[in-house]
Design a protein around this ligand. Structure first.
Ligand code: SF4
Ligand code: SF4
Length: 235
């Protein structure tokens, strides 16, 4: 039997058992070494997002990550740690409300399967919070709506069931899409492989069509809507 050494929340542990992944190792430690070790888990198959942590500095799902010698395990960054590997998840609700990432005005339009496909990938978010942990903007600005909420806003703006897209476009302007540096960190850690960065770029383009400009660049006095003949009422 091989013995592995790993570090969990700055403490060394020997794993004297055959375990296949990091989540199994955490259960082993809790049962045999440290009964008070606190961590989240749910489906144990990469679907629920509960077990997201940082492994050797990178956000990953514990249940989907094979264990290896000297792995270092820590809680997700940029959120208050409740205990050990458990973080406070309040930011999800706070920013979902701020970005109005929910159905506001239900349309009477008939929705087809093809329409549903348009928002399929974005709907696969498993609320793991890894993207907030990896985001350098959120690290320094806790008012930034961040990748999770902006991706959700994108999902509802593209949902044909939603009648009030303008309200969501308005909601993501302040501390939202223009603050993102497009670094792509969120894409790299997202276990659902959502292209959050590209969705933020699309939200910027859409916002320009609604008359919004990037506040970070000089305003030369033009207006996208009138200059290019776009009428957001037709959207
Ligand atoms: S691309 Fe934007 S939202 Fe994603 S991690 Fe970078 S700054 Fe944050
Ligand atoms: S967008 Fe991806 S990384 Fe962010 S919470 Fe959803 S599944 Fe996790």
């Amino acid at each position: 039997m091989s013995i592995l050494q790993i570090i969990v929340c700055d403490k060394n542990y020997s794993i004297e058992d055959k375990v296949s992944n990091i989540l199994d190792a955490l259960f082993y430690i809790k049962k045999n070494k440290n009964h008070s070790l606190a961590f989240r888990s749910g489906c144990k198959s990469g679907v629920c997002g509960s077990c997201a942590i940082r492994i050797n500095g990178i956000e990953k799902l514990a249940c989907k990550t094979p264990i290896k010698e000297n792995d270092t395990i820590a809680p997700l960054k940029n959120s208050k740690v409740v205990k050990d590997l458990i973080i406070n998840l309040d930011i999800q609700e706070t920013f979902l409300k701020k970005s109005k990432a929910f159905l506001e005005e239900k349309s009477t339009q008939v929705i087809t399967q093809i329409d549903e496909k348009d928002i399929d990938i974005e709907s696969n978010c498993i609320l793991c919070n890894s993207c907030y942990s990896s985001c350098p903007v959120y690290e320094y600005d806790k008012k930034f709506q961040g990748p999770f909420a902006l991706n959700r806003a994108f999902r509802y703006i593209n949902d044909k069931k939603e009648n009030n897209k303008k309200s969501k476009i308005d909601a993501i302007q302040d501390n939202g899409i223009w603050q993102c540096t497009l670094c792509g960190n969120c894409n790299m850690v997202c276990p659902s492989y959502i292209n959050i960065k590209e969705n933020i770029i699309k939200l910027r383009n859409l916002s320009a069509q609604f008359g919004y400009n990037d506040p970070n660049i000089q305003n030369f006095g033009g207006n996208f809507s009138t200059d290019f003949g776009f009428n957001p009422n037709n959207f």
